[in-house]
Design a protein around this ligand. Structure first.
Ligand code: SAH
Length: 454
């Protein structure tokens, strides 16, 4: 072990930072966050340092480094752009048995400032011992993306409950079981993320009162339209914590690759006989898995609450008191619009946008006349096989036959296909496409020629 990892309390402790440029500024920010009493020595100070000095946050030492700058210090950081000066600071610190961090030459330093993920009080530090700083940074970014923002609050709440837990559970095993449930509860996490303290307290009480057998829960996660990069951070965290992932046809392969390797995957899309698993059966499956104490993620294409029947699945869970939460996703309309250069609204062309199901039996006469109105954009989901009827109804209700339309198939994926035409050509165009595809109708479609980027 080249370096011994150590977290030290710097509150009110004098630290010396030599150098006052960009690099020093980054170090200073961290030291100030840690509450250090910061002295900064340099010939010239960047505006940030001058401002901090005016605000009384740092004390400036003007001129060339002298040994007495280290008086009373606990830690030194040499961050000038002059290697000789940095070395001089390091040598002087060494003489006094003070730890010193050297920027740009971490291997010669007696202390390293690691890459950190700050979820105070939870703190993760990553260091490559100065050998591969970029690797340490990449790792830090991965951790940053994986770990929910509210983790710090969860850790702080845990800290405030330690005594109560000790008193409530005298044996170690139930205590550990409590903490596992506490940290795994997506609902509690969600409540903390929303800043709802009263509710969090009630949920903690419920955790204390709950029987110690593990209780399952279901998280309904929107997987977005296809590009794995469009999954939310929260969605990613949920699928990486899941014991069971229930998914259907619209969830793309790259997203499924993000599921934890040892999680069970259950496909409920079209089966061999080309029949979808009936909704009741899916509802039942979610219920059974959760009742077995599993953390279930129900992964759905796009957003679960937009033509996703997410509501129906939750109703069943609610009836059986299974805890659940919902992580929204980017709906196909947003994804397809962005990736095909068609803004859904525009000051000149559309003041509103409607997401419409292509299942036409749900649209009465009244609805069609509203849909045919100007100055709006229509996005038809599941509309491909109904394209001829959509064309006919919109024309019949007065929409301009030259109204621009677009079809986007496999939007946001490498297989994305987009074609534009006019309303009177819609049915013919649709024959060249296959599901999943969206039909976009409106003057905004004409902007695609200016805004497309691939
Ligand atoms: N909950 C989903 C929609 C489910 S309905 C969402 O919010 O996006 C299924 C319909 O969504 C498909 O028939 C198709 O019209 C549309 N769709 C989903 N993914 C798509 C994609 N990548 N490209 C184009 N259309 C898509």
């Amino acid at each position: 072990m080249d370096y011994f990892p150590l977290f030290c309390r710097l509150q009110g402790k004098r630290c010396l930072l030599v150098g006052a440029g960009d690099v020093a500024e980054r170090k200073a920010r961290l030291l100030l966050e840690a509450g250090a009493e910061l002295y900064v020595g340099a010939r010239d100070f960047s505006p940030a340092f001058q401002l901090w000095a005016q605000q009384g946050k740092v004390t400036l030492l003007h001129g060339a480094f002298t040994d007495d700058w280290l008086d009373e210090c606990w830690l030194a950081i040499a961050a000038t752009n002059d290697d000789a000066v940095n070395q001089q600071v390091a040598d002087a610190a060494e003489q006094r048995r003070l730890f010193c961090n050297l920027v740009d030459a971490p291997q010669q330093a007696s202390a390293i400032m690691p890459s950190i993920v700050d979820r105070s009080p939870l703190m993760i530090a990553v260091s490559s011992g100065g050998r591969a700083p970029v690797l340490a940074r990449l790792l830090r970014e991965k951790l940053e993306a994986m770990l929910p923002q509210h983790l710090g609050e969860l850790a702080a709440l845990a800290g405030s409950l330690r005594e109560r837990v000790k008193q409530h559970f005298s044996a170690m095993a139930p205590r550990r079981a409590f903490w596992e449930r506490f940290f795994a509860s997506d609902r509690l996490a969600q409540t903390l993320a929303n800043g709802d303290r009263a509710r969090a307290a009630a949920q903690v009480d419920a955790l204390f009162a709950a029987p110690l057998t593990q209780q399952g829960e279901v998280v309904l996660v929107g997987a977005g339209p296809g590009d794995a990069g469009l999954l939310t951070l929260k969605g990613l965290q949920a699928i990486q914590q899941a014991d069971v992932v229930v998914y259907d046809r619209l969830v793309s392969e790259p997203i499924l690759n993000l599921v934890r390797r040892d999680a069970e995957r259950l496909f409920v899309g079209k089966q061999a006989g080309h029949h979808c698993v009936p909704q009741e059966q899916i509802n039942q499956l979610l219920l059974e898995q959760a009742q077995r104490g599993k953390r279930v993620v129900r992964l759905k294409g796009g957003d679960p609450f937009i033509f996703g029947r997410g509501g129906e699945e939750l109703e069943v869970l609610a009836q059986h008191n299974i805890p659940f939460s919902v992580v929204p996703g980017i709906t196909a309309a947003s994804g397809c619009a962005a990736y095909s250069g068609i803004p859904l609204t525009h000051r000149d062309h559309a003041q509103s946008v409607r997401f419409v199901t292509g299942h036409l039996q749900q649209h009465g006469e009244m609805e069609w006349s509203k849909l045919a109105a100007e100055q709006q954009t229509l996005v038809f989901y599941m509309g491909l096989s109904q394209a001829a009827d959509i064309q006919q109804q919109l024309l019949r209700h007065g929409m301009d036959a030259a109204m621009p339309v677009a079809i986007v198939q496999h939007g946001t994926t490498p297989q994305q296909r987009v074609a534009c035409a006019t309303l009177q050509e819609l049915a013919t165009l649709a024959q060249q496409f296959a599901s999943p595809a969206l039909i976009i109708v409106g003057r905004v479609v004409s902007l695609r020629t200016q805004l497309r980027w691939f």
